[in-house]
Every structure is written in C-alpha cells, then in structure tokens.
Design a protein around this ligand. Structure first.
Ligand code: FBP
Length: 548
C-alpha cells in the first residue's frame, strides 16, 4: 500500500519505554486486593482470580533465560488510536523473553477466537504497522465472549496452536469478559493466561489504579483540532451556531476534555444534567438563554458541545431506557416491528410515566431508542441525533422568546458529529508510547505467569521513561450491575466526577466562555517538534493527577 510522507517518517519513531522495562524485569507483589464494591458476591463468582495482589515491575539483576511462549491477541470493540502499537509492543516483548516466541492475531475481534480465524503476526507484518492508527492489522469486532461453549471452542484453537497466553485489548465490557475467561480457564486448568489492556477513546475505563485508557489522548486532540477550526470559521463568518455531538458513549469525558482544550460557548455534561435532575427542556432553555444573551450583544454565532450519551442521563429518559432494555430483552421481536406498530406496542407495554415520556419523543428518536442494543446491552447512542433534536428545540424556544419580546436575534444552526474522525488517527506521541509500553508490559505479565490481570502504567503525566509498570487484578475493578435484565459482575464505568478538578475547572470558566468569545484553536496533533507542542498529556489527566 502506498504510504504518506508522514507515515514513512513516523514508521521509524521508537516509542520510549519506562526505564523499569528496558531490561530483564522481576514482578514485585503488593498487598492483596478487593473489588470496588459487592466484595462477597464477586469473590464467590471468581474464586480463583479474586483478591490477587497488585504487581510492580522492577529491573532484575539476575534474570534466567525465558522459554519461548506462543501468545494470542484480540482487538475488541471500537477502534482507538494506538492499538497497533500495543500489538507491536507485545510482539517485541515476547521476542525479548525468547526469540522463538510466536504471536497469533485472532481476526475481527473475539469472534475470531471462537471461529478459529487467525493469522501469525511475523516481524514483516508487525513492522508495517508501527505507530500507525487503526485496528486493521487483524480487525476488531464486538462479539461478546461470555458463554462456556465459546470459551471451550476458543480453547480448541489455543491448544492447537500451543498458545498459553491470550491478550485482550478492549474497553470495560471486553476486559470484564477477559476476567470471566481468565477465571474459567484457571478453574478448568486450561493452562492459558488471560491479560487485558485498557482501550477506549471514551476515557471511561479508568480508576484509582488505571490512570487512562489508550486512544483518549489522540481522539480528543483530533476532535479539539476540528472544533477549533469550526470556532475560527464561526468567529470569521459570525452567522452560525454549530451544534457538535461528540462520541464517548455514556460518559462525557471526551466532551469535557474538548471543552477544556477549545473553550466553546456551551458544553453540556451529562453527569451534571443527571445530578441536577434536569429535563430535556431545562437543557434546551439553558442553551437558548446563552444564544439570546449573545444575540443581545450582537453575536449570532457560537459553538455547543454535546456528549453523545446525554439522552441516557436525563432522569426521565434514563428510567425509560432502563425499562425499555428489560422490555427488549424479554421481547426482542419488538426491534423488528414496523414504525407505528412498534411505537404503539412500546407505549402499551411500559409503565405509565415511562409510556408518557416515550410518547412525547419525536418519532425518529423514539425509534432509535428501540433499535437493537449492541452485544453488551448498550443503547447505540452514536445513532441518536441529539445535536439535531437539541437545535430544533432551541429554535422553537427562541421563537417563543421572540414572541414574548425577550429575543431578537438570528439563529442558523449547523450540525456535526465527531467520533469516527478520531478513532483511527495516527497515535499522538503519548498514545504511541503508552500503547507500545502497555503491550510490552503485557508480555512481562505473561512472563510472570499471572492471569486475570490488566496491563498497567502509572505516573502518566511524567515523561514515559518515568512511568511505573505493573499489573492490576481485573476483579479489583468489579461491581454488580444490571445488564440485559440480570445482575452481572462488571468493571465499574468511570463517569465524569462533578467534584473532580477537570469538571470544576470547566465549571469555573463556562459562564465567561458563554458570553465572551474566548475560543482556543489547538491545531493538529504534532509528532515532531518541541516537547511542549508534541508531548502534552490531556488536560483531564493533568488536572486529575496534578490538580493544575
Ligand atoms: P468502545 O467502548 O468499544 O471503545 O467504543 C467506543 C465508541 O467509539 C463509542 O464512543 C461509540 O458510542 C461506539 O464506540 C460506536 O460504536 P460502533 O463502532 O459500533 O459504531
């Protein structure tokens, strides 16, 4: 395939490993761990992998030669910049253990393991993908690995290829499944270790021990570049309001980070909407008031950032979606019913309050809420056109204000949805280093003989050579949640904390940004040049870790 000049130059970038991983390592055990909640239930469900200690890697002055190891790798779920580097780091790591080690990639996600579709990843293939965006080296998919027959089917091919360790690169749901698989293989004595790596642009797989998921850095920098460009355009033409929906599924981390980077006129944070018990109309009124205040100062333009999961956080909608999830789980045929028939069926089968909320929704949004869930039971929020819904409602509200004499501006709205634009961008220096180190570190966890661990690097606001490498038992991140109508052990999703520094910094400034145009134009990601331009972590990470 023909390469761009940047791809060629970028191929020779050598990611910087933490010092502790630059030679032979030994694992140092910390204290035993426990899950973040529901300890007794989770302990009972994971008798073989619960309570394991955290691990830290140190340089090993007296290493023993390692035996060759055959490893399988899976990319799971949505693309995130840097996935290829995780695989490259893993490849280099297992070759460091022993040069006869082999790496097999299962194709198109977890389904590749179950259906025995794989490719051996040799150095020729690996070298083509160093520091590139995308997941195309082996493809990704959303098949949910959860049934014993899938685990057993997977074990057949692992045995055939003599694979003794499997690395699953995924988000909270995929790592949840990795832990279930680790427990099962341990319980039946399968002799296969399972290691997870924290991936997702959404930034919601993080906690006390996992500082960030990979891909968030590059994706938010890409979206912030685009938002900055739009802001410069709207500041030049002064005639449009841009409603920009940003990916991120439930959590608003992406919207918040982009707001911190670009200083838009409005950014809605779903977690705040829920905490303040706001209705959809409250959100609309909030935006309309800002549009009107700017209009009265002669500014009929602006930017509004909307997290894609907003709908799910409006309390009335949240109740509706929870009941709809159960209804769809018990009657999956609803999703196939034609338009009006489906709407009526749902209205007739919901409890009164939810039925009323559902009936009040525009037909398109109501339909989108009854579409099939993804394999993990999530509403496919990326399909709901919240940006259009909000701008239409804002226009209606402004007309009402005009009639009442409180608004006399012009309102022309344009709509954008940024998500896919950033998921396969060439990884920033941060993500290139982070991902390579996550993969290399996963190889160290394999060498340490452990299972049910997530590859972990900490101290991420410092240069990568100073990061702390180790492993975290995945069960440590578990709590019980309702999924598909049943209580299940899952990794707790990290939502935006309203008492956290990133949100507080935003909240302290937003009234100023609303009225005074204070846009920032971050420009494109830079891969070569001064460190202050190329190597800055996200503001979210900086504020969370350093408080400033
Ligand atoms: P993951 O949680 O699998 O990392 O996916 C993230 C994401 O990009 C979400 O932000 C978005 O809602 C979803 O994937 C879109 O899914 P799809 O790729 O199936 O269209």
């Amino acid at each position: 395939m023909k390469k761009s000049a940047l791809q060629v130059a970028r191929a020779s970038y050598q990611p910087k490993l933490p010092v502790s991983l630059t030679g032979p390592v030994r694992a140092v055990e910390g204290a035993p761990t426990q899950s973040v909640a529901d300890q007794e239930e989770i302990k009972a469900l994971f008798p073989n992998t619960y309570g394991l200690p955290e691990l830290t890697f140190e340089r090993n002055p007296n290493p023993e030669p390692g035996k060759p190891v055959n490893v399988g790798v899976i990319l799971s779920g949505g693309q995130a910049p840097g996935g290829h580097n995780v695989i490259c780091g893993l490849f280099d790591g297992i070759k460091k253990i022993n040069r006869d080690s082999r790496l097999y990639g299962f194709l198109m996600g977890p389904g590749g393991l179950v259906d025995h579709n794989y490719v051996e990843l040799t150095s020729d293939i690996i070298d083509e993908y160093r520091n590139t965006g995308g997941f195309d080296i082996i493809g990704s998919g959303r098949t949910k690995l959860e049934k014993q027959e899938q685990f057993d089917k997977g074990l057949e091919i692992l045995k055939k290829l003599d694979i003794t360790a499997l690395v699953i690169i995924g988000g909270d749901d995929s790592n949840t499944n990795a832990a279930v698989l680790a427990e099962y293989y341990k319980q039946i004595g399968a002799g296969v270790q399972v290691i997870g790596c924290p991936k997702t642009i959404d930034g919601d797989l993080k906690n006390e021990v996992i500082e960030a998921s990979f891909g968030f850095d590059t994706a938010t920098k890409t979206y912030s570049e685009l938002i900055g460009n739009i802001q410069r355009d709207c500041f030049s033409a002064k005639k449009y309001w841009h409603f920009i929906k940003l990916m991120g599924r439930s959590a608003s981390h992406i919207a918040l980070e982009c707001a911190l980077q670009t200083q838009p006129n409005v950014c809605i944070i779903s977690e705040e909407v829920e905490a303040e018990n706001m209705t959809l109309q409250d959100v609309v009124d909030y935006i309309a008031d800002i549009v009107s205040a700017r209009a009265s100062r002669g500014m009929n333009f602006g930017t509004v950032l909307i997290p894609e999961g907003l709908i799910e956080f409006i309390p009335a909608m949240k109740n509706l979606i929870a009941e709809l999830n159960d209804l769809l789980a018990s009657k999956p045929e609803i999703a196939q019913l034609p338009g009006e028939e489906q709407r009526q069926f749902v209205i007739d089968n919901l409890t009164e309050a939810n039925s009323r909320t559902y009936a009040s929704l525009p037909a398109g949004v109501a339909r989108q809420l009854t579409l099939d869930r993804d394999p993990h039971g999530n509403v496919q929020v990326s399909l709901i056109e919240t940006e259009k819904l909000l701008s239409e409602m804002v226009a209606t509200r402004l007309e009402k204000m005009r009639m009442e004499g409180s608004y006399a501006g012009k309102f022309n709205a344009l709509h954008h949805f940024f998500g896919y634009e950033g998921r396969c961008a060439a990884p920033s220096n941060f993500d290139a280093d982070y991902c390579y180190a996550l993969g290399y570190n996963a190889a160290c966890l394999i060498a340490a003989g452990v299972t049910g661990y997530m590859s972990s690097l900490r101290n991420l606001t410092n240069p990568s050579v100073q990061w702390h490498a180790g492993g975290i038992p995945i069960t440590m991140m578990f709590n019980m949640e309702r999924r598909h109508g049943e209580m299940k052990p899952v990794i707790q999703k990290a939502l935006v904390k309203l008492n956290g520094t990133p949100f507080r910094r935003f909240a302290a400034k937003r009234d100023d940004w609303a009225i005074n145009t204070s846009y920032i134009f971050p420009g494109p990601i830079q891969y070569f040049g001064p460190s202050e331009v190329c190597d800055q972590p996200t503001l979210t990470l900086r504020y969370e870790q350093l408080g400033k």
